[in-house]
Design a protein around this ligand. Sequence first.
Ligand code: NI
Ligand code: MN
Length: 228
Amino acid sequence: MAKVRFLGHSAFEVEIGGKKILIDPFINGNPQAPCKPGDLDPDYIVVTHGHGDHLGDAVEIAIKRKATIIAPYEVAVYCGNKGAKTHAMHIGGSYPFDFGVIRLTPAFHGSTIIEEDGTMIPGGNPAGVLIEAGGKVLYHAGDTGLFGDMKLIGDRYEISVALLPIGGNFTMDIEDALYAAELLHPGVVIPMHYNTFPVIEADPEEFVSRLPDSIKGVILAPGEEYEF
Ligand code: NI
Ligand code: MN
């Protein structure tokens, strides 16, 4: 059994392989967040890229809970310099953790880290992530536009649940996310990265209603979870 709880925007808490893994824990400043950063007690935190709405409260939570941040190398080094325990990886790389395998995938986006005083720190390349454990595969696309190698990812890994951005402007919109879903052909798709801010407004009902019959669409309200 595995489950995934939506924390608003692109933030999720995944329970898989007996561990709790936060992905992109943007909680402070996230108008959809159903909890406070201090309520979360993960074993690991995956950060897909350096933007504030993904890096979020990762460092604070990691230090408080002695959790390990798993991120693309540059973002991992940044978090390590801030005092967090980290495990650096990069796109195409996989590593067997105690709960299962993490694999980073490409994402077409940026990853610059912007400090509170406006200082910009290069964050390397953004990523998506595959979490494989107990015969289940969860794919979090990160922030990305549509790209053809989603077909490669879909053919190579049998994805149980795909978390796909649908809000447009910074990422895929509904039209492109529908195309992505066909390339990835997961069992279930859960939309993310929409309606947090006016510029990424999108109707998740429209998205799930237009998925092919072979793919189940699940809309999670912030705080809701899905077992898979
Ligand atoms: Ni971003
Ligand atoms: Mn984002």
